[in-house]
Design a protein around this ligand. Sequence first.
Ligand SMILES: NC(=O)c1ccc[n+]([C@@H]2O[C@H](COP(=O)([O-])OP(=O)(O)OC[C@H]3O[C@@H](n4cnc5c(N)ncnc54)[C@H](OP(=O)(O)O)[C@@H]3O)[C@@H](O)[C@H]2O)c1
Length: 379
Amino acid sequence: MIRRAKPYSKRLIQIKLSCFLVRICNSEPILEIANLRGVPCLHFCPSNHQKLRNMKAIITTAYGSPEVFKVDNVAKPLPKPNEILIKIHASSVTKADTMMRTGKPYIGRLMLGLRKPKNPIWGTGFAGVIESVGTEVTQFKTGDNVFGENIETMGTYAEYVTVSEDGIVTHLPENMSYDEAAGMCDGGITSLNFLLNLGKMKPGQKVLINGASGSLGTAAVQIAKHFGAIVTGVCSSKNSELAWELGCDEVIDYTKYDFTTNKNSYDLIYDTVGVRSFRECCGALTENGKYISPVLGMPLLGAMMMTSIFGKKKAKFSATGTLSTKETKRLLGILLEIIEAGNLKGVIDRSYPLEQIAEAHLYIDKGHKKGNVVLKAIA
Ligand SMILES: NC(=O)c1ccc[n+]([C@@H]2O[C@H](COP(=O)([O-])OP(=O)(O)OC[C@H]3O[C@@H](n4cnc5c(N)ncnc54)[C@H](OP(=O)(O)O)[C@@H]3O)[C@@H](O)[C@H]2O)c1
């Protein structure tokens, strides 16, 4: 027996269609059903369309110079059941961002998009206030101040971002500003990964931080001091006062003195800017000393392979962004303890309004920023 399908009533079709339109637009419908002389038809609602494009963001249109960034109005994201919606007060602009922008080395495009960036809104580090939470969120509530890092989905060059509550996000400590916190994950988590996981740093060890005035370096000096190391900071004379303030036991001006001539002096050399090779640093390392650097090139790759087989001195690299979420959250927990103990402050060089993202990138491209550069969606 063939059963005839029950025809939908006109009203039911209207309800289903408008629900669908509401769903695809994440808000009020941009099209609604109007009754034109008894015939239902779709009607464009310009006022709702404007409401949808209600967040300012920087769109990355291509790889290349800082001109690839364009300011636009886009749809404000809505949190999924396990997500929080954050109104961003400050986001980080990092050296890694500027390298990604150039699209070089080309291998990075395997993740970012081959011909052009597949993710239109860039930016990873953020600090701000929670505007709303998804229905299943238990660890955060509206109004909480938070900071963290959106490594995979990015999207922090904007006024709002959504983050999974199980992602790299935590409550903002009372003793830290939004601006300081925005850059914390880049410099802080990376330096924790290098000093603790790769360097296996111990109290009383002699640690040299090359590039002590950068984002990674300023965090590394304070972290190494927190864990009881004896720290030598290497920077230019204009930044030596900062290095002393951060707690260095010794400061070397790289324009006047070459630290690699200090024979058998350091248990750990952390070359944050990757300007001295393992070969150059080898003589300055103690018998079981380690050279660690976050900047990967052929010389470091070769040194890692060689030292993994021969010799007691080792060369090591890690891409912190590829660590598991579990491990990054563990490092974030340690970072929080150091901040709350009052032993880690964010160093802010400059802050730029969202619209001046190109200027921020141009400044970082010069290679001499002091600590961190932040982007301010809210003036
Ligand atoms: N592998 C990873 O997981 C990872 C993660 C994050 C970042 N990174 C990479 O780490 C590197 C460092 O990032 P960053 O943000 O810390 O760098 P940065 O802030 O851009 O470094 C700038 C600082 O480096 C100093 N500097 C420049 N030339 C120097 C030299 N010859 N000797 C000593 N200091 C020098 C500058 O001081 P002066 O003005 O005094 O010269 C300036 O304060 C970048 O290449 C970034 O891509 C890697």
